[in-house]
Unconditional design. Structure first.
Length: 200
């Protein structure tokens, strides 16, 4: 058969060109029928299977056995622990005929895939909000510490200035501070009385 002989000849050429086995090559690439974005969809499906099963989608004892499984073998399925929706998506990507495979845009519009993307966006949004909250708390703490240091430094400076004063100047300062405290108390009493009268 001319198709089989072309596959065998092409596979031999690939075997001398590539190192290892063609785990991610599509049937049309191995059959020398051309390459386009649908071949990438096939490769992506092979990676998806490998991520889920920790094994290659198509395996064999040698190069040719792997090629034959890819071109003529059955499409592998995911284990039962994965949803039927995910398995259906992968199966559509592993269609032997590239024209039957979905495009990347069509895959993203599938209800199952779209839902997973929304879940991921939601999780990233929550993580981002938590990060912003932690950052705000850190910034608030830094500002508070800076203000405390500033107040402490100002207090030390004032104490230093007081120590340089004469006894008479210190006495005058204490009197001024005492008068200032009394004025604040009188102001507070006046404001409180005004509020009581207003509410009455």
């Amino acid at each position: 058969d001319f198709g089989v002989s072309r596959l065998l000849m092409g596979s031999c050429d690939l075997a001398t060109t590539f190192t290892g086995t063609p785990y991610y090559m599509s049937p049309e690439v191995l059959s020398h029928q051309g390459y386009d974005s649908k071949s990438d969809i096939w490769s992506l499906a092979c990676i998806l299977y490998e991520m889920c099963c920790l094994d290659h989608a198509f395996t064999g004892h040698n190069f040719m056995s792997v090629v034959l499984k890819i071109v003529d073998g059955e499409t592998p399925s995911l284990p039962d622990r994965y949803s039927s929706e995910l398995n259906a998506v992968m199966a559509s990507m592993l269609q032997k005929d590239p024209s039957h495979r979905p495009t990347a845009a069509e895959i993203l519009k599938l209800p199952y895939v779209d839902q997973q993307l929304q879940n991921i966006k939601c999780k990233f949004s929550k993580v981002s909000m938590q990060d912003r909250s932690i950052t705000s708390q850190k910034e608030a703490l830094q500002i508070r510490n800076a203000l405390q240091k500033k107040v402490h430094l100002q207090t030390l400076r004032e104490q230093s200035e007081v120590q340089k004063m004469t006894p008479r100047e210190r006495m005058r300062l204490r009197k001024l501070q005492s008068a200032d405290e009394k004025a604040k108390k009188l102001k507070y009493v006046h404001v409180s009385s005004f509020r009581v009268c207003s509410s009455g």
